[in-house]
Design a protein around this ligand. Structure first.
Ligand SMILES: *Cc1c(COP(=O)(O)O)cnc(C)c1O
Length: 428
């Protein structure tokens, strides 16, 4: 990969697209139109595009509902009682887990709460949580409210990791030093797998190891890592994780989340949890009896019955991931984002308008590049949008661009380069 000589030329981009074994997947998606052309859509980090087959998957469940009504729970090839099983092989492959360690359910923040009930158990002095400073607001609110739920003060208990002065990302050594420093007062490390603002991919394996060394739990919010970066949650010994499926997983606005719980907790009925009937032993669920018996593995954290229409849209996307292969996607992603990085450097290098704050090493990032805007502010971003580029703006001054390997092309990135060149003439 490092031997690719990137060029700012349309011929080069077209040649790269021709050689791209995943190029055909672009045609499986619906692109919004801007000025009569498909958008240069770099916003899969916020909401992934709609697969063309999503409608058919949902229609099929609508038809099952119309024909079977209540019998759909137990009849048909995809009886709703067991429908969650269908997504497990793809989810397990994407996060690097066994199928019994994952399940699709609820929404991300809800799952974070359910998992924190189990994995944040402050006891005496051991009551602190380490997270990254500037974490996604929902995560901050979840942590703060969990801390208060235990009668503790967030200001005393939540320890935030901030980049060093003049730096934009965290150094792994600083994260690990902090974990060791908090030591036996540490109950939990809970941070993003990829930081939503900077695009930094954390060394989850080393962080988990450091947390475990001092007997703290370690979990990750994978909103920006899911379907984006390689994950080996099982082998890394991560205790728990959750994600959303509407970003890189393209499963539709607000659609279903998923959780990972390591198999060492699979049959641990002593962990505190907020229970519901769908987490209860499946064989006995309809006996409607007292006394909760958790299911084996992640399924035991389910609370309510499966969102069947949501799972249909989810499956439409997962089937594409299975076809493309997460490893192939990652291979393309490193080259595609490398091309975007090359063009930004080459075109804006000297202008002082933009600064890439995402780590430069592909092993420390996913597909997203975050650009700090030094001149022109939000007007720079708006001028791109007018020319067909959909990225996203995050206050106070960052533009995030996420070329996704599933549906973006090298030509998309090249065309963005041309637009960037024009806008620099205005703002530099
Ligand atoms: C997108 C995102 C969320 C969104 O939470 P929902 O519960 O799906 O609304 C939460 N945390 C992070 C880090 C995110 O990137």
């Amino acid at each position: 990969m490092s031997n690719i000589e990137y060029q700012f030329s349309e011929d080069f981009a077209r040649e790269m697209d021709k050689k791209d074994p995943l190029a055909g997947f672009r045609n499986e998606f619906l692109f919004p139109q801007i000025n009569g052309n498909p958008a240069i859509y770099f916003c899969g980090n916020s909401l992934g595009l709609q697969p063309k087959n999503t409608k058919a998957y949902i229609d099929k469940e609508l038809q099952n509902w119309s024909e079977l009504a209540v019998d759909g729970h137990f009849e048909g090839e995809d009886a709703w009682m067991y429908i969650r099983q269908k997504s497990k092989p793809a989810l397990a492959e994407i996060v690097g887990a066994h199928t019994h360690e994952v399940v699709a359910m609820n929404n991300l923040t809800s799952n974070l709460h359910f998992l924190l009930v189990s994995f944040f158990q402050p006891k005496g002095k051991r009551n602190k949580i380490i997270c990254e400073a500037g974490a996604f607001p929902s995560d901050q609110y979840a942590l703060e409210s969990q801390v208060k739920f235990h009668g503790l003060n967030p200001d005393e208990v939540i320890v935030e990791l901030a980049p060093r002065q003049g730096e934009h990302t965290l150094r792994t050594e600083d994260i690990i030093n902090k974990i060791e420093e908090v030591g036996e007062e540490l109950a939990l490390v809970m941070m993003g797998g990829i930081q939503y603002y900077s695009g930094q991919l954390f060394d989850m394996k080393s962080i988990t190891e450091a947390a475990h060394k001092i007997d703290a739990y370690c979990g990750f919010d994978l909103a920006h890592a899911m379907g984006n970066a390689p994950l080996s949650l099982h082998d890394w010994n991560v205790d728990f994780a959750t994600w959303c499926s509407y970003k890189y997983l393209n499963s539709g606005p607000g659609n279903i989340s998923g959780i990972f719980v390591h198999e060492r907790f699979a049959d641990n009925a002593d962990l505190p949890r907020f229970a519901g009937w769908w987490g209860h032993d499946e064989g006995q669920r309809f006996l409607m009896e007292k006394g909760f018996i958790p299911m084996h593995g992640a399924d035991g954290w389910q609370v309510a019955n499966s969102n069947v229409l949501a799972l249909a849209a989810h499956q439409a996307s997962l089937d594409l991931f299975q076809k493309a292969g997460i490893k192939n996607l990652r291979k393309k992603s490193e080259i595609l984002t490398g091309y975007l990085e090359f063009l930004i450097e080459q075109i804006s290098g000297e202008s002082g308008v933009l600064e890439i704050i995402t780590p430069r090493s592909p092993s420390e990032r996913g597909c997203q590049l975050s650009l700090l805007i030094h001149k022109g502010g939000k007007a720079v971003f708006d001028s791109w949008y007018g020319k067909g580029v959909v990225g996203d703006w995050r206050n106070p001054n960052v533009i995030r661009l996420a070329p996704t390997p599933m549906y973006n092309s090298f030509t998309d990135v090249y065309q963005f380069g041309r637009i960037l060149e024009q806008s620099l003439a205005e703002f530099a």
